[in-house]
Structures are given as structure tokens and as C-alpha cells.
Write a protein that binds this ligand. Structure first.
Ligand SMILES: [Ca+2]
Ligand SMILES: [Ca+2]
Ligand SMILES: [Ca+2]
Length: 441
């Protein structure tokens, strides 16, 4: 009797061990399958906010490859669609039948209609919309450039009219790392991210190695690999930071491989960005004028070798980088992900509507896992207030990140905005079913 009971327990235990191993295998498999190329499936997404006082619900669905959104007013959102080249307007949850504009885009890989921002001119009672897109030409396969245009919103608010070309940026070799985020700063100038324009397959070519990628003896900076700054009329701001010659006079920061996120601290006006590493070393940076992020010699906290692999930890004051007559200065990231998550939007949560504990924190979205991360800032707001295993400023593994996750399960996130209602809106990428979620109390 006792022997038979022991045997049953043994069988039950073995069964349990086999089942839990299977579950672990499945978990590992699903973890590995959510690579950058295969974003989390949006139709299977079940967004969850970790704070039980907050709720997330679906606000809009059915967008085609949405890349950015802005609010014109309460319940009044503009969205850019990457491949269609359209700007859509969604008022009270209903999309206008006609887009505000359709621009001619080359859309392979990371090319397309990539970024948008807006500004108001109360004196002339005008609303301007700025777009960043990879413009295609009339000939088959012809690409004209990565370009920033300024438009007027017409009186009915149904069309973008009178395009003005503000900036004509390089696009070769591509098709990766075009960046394209636009934002109006507290100084009313426009800030633009543009990566090194190298292929995402890392098909490297020395033809495009410039001083902006930290090749001291390389070609002159040509507009790539930076955060650029122009006035709302497309002019350089004063004499430039790194030099007075075009396009060097446009650089606010350089040494940037690929960036899909930037925002200004609402309390201090300081600029912060997110950057994508090769297969490691995604970053959050505090970006002062003349900031050098280190690419293509450093990414994350690591030196980068010619094969783009990690080559030891970089000193915080490294030698041998381009510094444009000591006007540029390298500084290491305020946060680094060892394992790539592909961070996108960075947004300061300038609202108390989601709870005082989150007010003015940094939120970061990612496109690889569909997480939103939250980071509190230090007292002087020039670095992050990090605890325990993150005090080294590095997420060495996924466990270390768990305390930083604000919400998860969205599918690939491309933009975050705080609406005029004080709630957080999340733009989720999908070719046919892109979505906007709203997080509220
Ligand atoms: Ca936006
Ligand atoms: Ca960097
Ligand atoms: Ca760590």
C-alpha cells in the first residue's frame, strides 16, 4: 500500500517536472520569437498598467503603420502613416474620410513618413504642421532625400497646404537609421533626429563614415548621425554649436547611430533622447548642446570594434573621438539596456492625472516587446534616480528591468503623448491594425 502510494507520488512529481519544463521551454520560445523584425502581434496584445489605480483602453484602431501622433486639441489627434505617406486626423474617435495630406514617400525598411510636430502662431491665428519624410522622386526608384517640410493647416482644418522645404538631409546608403523624430523645443526651434543612414542588415560602407560618426579623419559631417536644430523657418540657430559651416551649424548633438525618441524636461528645459544600439547597448541620454553620443566608436557603455561587437567597457572620458575643436563633448548614457529592446518614444509625463508619484517622470516605449518603462529623475534632473541592481545605470538582464516597467503588452510602440486631458496616449505600430491606447485613472 505504502509502496504503491510512493509510486503514485513519484509519477505525479515526474509529470509535474515534465509539464513545468515544457512551460519554461514555451516561455523561452516566445521570448526569442519577439525579435525586432517580428514585433509583438497587435491583435493578440493585452495592454496592462502595473499600477492597479490606472486603466488602459483602446481609443482607436485600424491605422496603417503609424509612426507618430500629435494633439491639435482635446480628442483631436493627427497621426502619420509611414508607407501611405498620409497625415490622418482623428476627432472624437472618428477618423476624417480624407487624409490631411498624402506625400510621396520611399518606405522601404525604416524609410517613410517618420515624424511630425506642430506649433501655433497666435498673432496670425495659424497652426503649422512639420513633417519629416523620405521623399521619393518621379522616376522609378528615385529618392530625393530625407526632408523636413512646413505646412499651414487650412481654415477648415481638413488639409495641409503651402509646403515649404525647410531641410534637405542625406538618405544614402540606407534603408535603415533614418530617425525622423521632430519636436519643438522650449526655445521654439525644431529638433530633429537622424541616424547614420546605414542598412539595418549592418552592411557597412566606409563611403559614409563622417566626423559626425567620430571618424576624426573622416569626411565632413553631412547631416547624418545627429540631433539637428533649426528655426521654424529652416535657418540655423545663431552661429551653430560645432561650427558655422552648413550643415555642421545645424548639429545640436552627434555620434548618434539611430534615435526614435526625444523630449524636453518640462521643469528644466533640458533635452533627453533614446538611442538604438547594434544588438546591445540601447540608451537613454541627457543631451546638452554639443553632446557626442560616441557612435561608431562607443555604444552603451562599451567600445565598439570594426565588426560592431563589444570591445570592452569604455572609459567615461574616452580618447580618439571627433570633438570639432573642443566644442563637442562625449558623455556616457544615463541608462543602458544590455539586451536590445529597441526604445522609441521618450515622454516626460507632464501631468498629475495618473498620480503624483509619476508626475514629470520619464516614460520610454519600446518596439520590440511593447513595454513602457518609467524612470524617476535625480534632484538636479541631469541624471536618473536608480535603485538596487540599476544603480550601475545598466539593465544587465530582464529581471533587473521589472521595477522599471510601468505598463506592458502593447505590441510595438512608436509614440507616446500626454493629451490635453492629462492622460497618456500610446501609439502602436501595425501594418493594417495600428492602434491608439489611452491610459487613465
Ligand atoms: Ca508625437
Ligand atoms: Ca551613446
Ligand atoms: Ca545592473
Amino acid at each position: 500500500m505504502i509502496i504503491s502510494l510512493r509510486r503514485e507520488i513519484f509519477i505525479a512529481l515526474s509529470f509535474f517536472v515534465v509539464l513545468s519544463s515544457l512551460a519554461l521551454l514555451l516561455a523561452l520560445f516566445s521570448y526569442d520569437s519577439s525579435a525586432y523584425a517580428a514585433r509583438p502581434n497587435v491583435t493578440a496584445s493585452k495592454p496592462v498598467v502595473n499600477d492597479p489605480n490606472l486603466t488602459v483602453n483602446l481609443y482607436f484602431k485600424g491605422l496603417k503603420a503609424p509612426t507618430s501622433m500629435i494633439f491639435l486639441g482635446p480628442d483631436d489627434i493627427l497621426v502619420t502613416q509611414k508607407k501611405e505617406g498620409t497625415v490622418e486626423r482623428i476627432v472624437n474617435g472618428v477618423k476624417n474620410t480624407e487624409p490631411l495630406i498624402t506625400v510621396p514617400v520611399a518606405s522601404k525598411d525604416e524609410r517613410g513618413l517618420l515624424g511630425m510636430t506642430t506649433s501655433k502662431d497666435p498673432v496670425n491665428n495659424k497652426t503649422y504642421v512639420f513633417l519629416y519624410y523620405t521623399e521619393k522622386g518621379p522616376m522609378k526608384g528615385e529618392i530625393l532625400g530625407n526632408r523636413v517640410y512646413k505646412y499651414d493647416l487650412d481654415e477648415n482644418g481638413s488639409k495641409l497646404i503651402t509646403p515649404k522645404l525647410l531641410l534637405d538631409l542625406p538618405w544614402e546608403p540606407g534603408p535603415g537609421h533614418n530617425g525622423g523624430v521632430l519636436k519643438v523645443g522650449p526655445d521654439n526651434n525644431i529638433y530633429i533626429t537622424i541616424g547614420d543612414l546605414i542598412g539595418t542588415d549592418q552592411n557597412e560602407s566606409q563611403l559614409y563614415e563622417t566626423q559626425a560618426q567620430n571618424f576624426q579623419a573622416g569626411k565632413e559631417a553631412d547631416g547624418r548621425a545627429g540631433i539637428l536644430r533649426i528655426t521654424q523657418d529652416g535657418q540655423p540657430v545663431k552661429n551653430g554649436i560645432l561650427g558655422s559651416k552648413h550643415p555642421l551649424n545645424l548639429y545640436y548633438a552627434y555620434g548618434i547611430k539611430n534615435s526614435f525618441g526625444l523630449d524636453f524636461d518640462p521643469l528644466t528645459g533640458y533635452l533627453w533622447d533614446t538611442e538604438n544600439g547594434p544588438a546591445y547597448g540601447d540608451e537613454i541620454n541627457f543631451v546638452e548642446p554639443g553632446f557626442n553620443s560616441g557612435w561608431k566608436k562607443i555604444h552603451g557603455i562599451w567600445n565598439v570594434n570594426a565588426a560592431l561587437d563589444k570591445a570592452g567597457i569604455s572609459p567615461t572620458d574616452p580618447k580618439g573621438l571627433a570633438d570639432f575643436n573642443h566644442t563637442g563633448k562625449y558623455s556616457p548614457p544615463e541608462f543602458t539596456w544590455d539586451h536590445s529592446i529597441a526604445p522609441t518614444a521618450l515622454k516626460f509625463l507632464n501631468t498629475d492625472k495618473l498620480g503624483l508619484e509619476f508626475e514629470n517622470e520619464i516614460l520610454v516605449g519600446d518596439i520590440k516587446y511593447g513595454n513602457i518603462y518609467r524612470f524617476n529623475l535625480s534632484e538636479d534632473r541631469k541624471s536618473l534616480a536608480l535603485n538596487e541592481s540599476l544603480t550601475d545605470k545598466v539593465a544587465n538582464n530582464t529581471e533587473e528591468l521589472s521595477s522599471a516597467i510601468f505598463a506592458h503588452g502593447f505590441g510595438g510602440i512608436t509614440d507616446l503623448e500626454v493629451g490635453p486631458d492629462g492622460y497618456l496616449y500610446v501609439l502602436v505600430y501595425d501594418k493594417v491594425d495600428g492602434r491608439i491606447y489611452r491610459i487613465h485613472d
